[in-house]
Design a protein. Structure first.
Length: 120
């Protein structure tokens, strides 16, 4: 009788471990899929259209803060707000400073915009 109790308990422990392992496996798969979608989105960015969002020759200065790019603009009315929303780029305006969040490709965007404004 004592062995049958231990056999039943062992069975429950094994089932529990299998369920936990399965949950961990599924979570890892979903995270990988999410990361690959983010990486795909970051490689398909049109830098020229991002520059045009802020108006031609409208950027006074640019700085990078983690995934955010801070732009000081000459005229905030030239920013294409509708296109920012379409591209799902969160932006915060304070005076003539515009902070835009570029997830995953802020370095690429920063370097491109920096070259463009230095060339003007």
């Amino acid at each position: 009788m004592l062995t049958s109790i231990f056999e039943g308990t062992t069975l429950y422990i094994i089932i529990g471990l299998v369920v936990v392992a399965l949950i961990v496996f599924l979570v890892l798969i979903f995270k990988r899929q999410k990361n690959s979608k983010t990486n795909q989105a970051s490689t398909n960015i049109d830098l020229e259209s991002i520059y045009n969002l802020f108006g031609d020759n409208n950027i006074v200065s640019i700085t990078k803060e983690q995934d955010r790019i801070k732009l000081v603009l000459k005229d905030v009315k030239l920013v294409n707000v509708e296109e920012l929303n379409v591209m799902k780029l969160p932006a915060f305006l304070k005076g003539k400073e515009l902070k835009v969040l570029f997830k995953g490709n802020s370095k690429q965007v920063y370097e491109f915009l920096k070259k463009r404004i230095e060339g003007n």
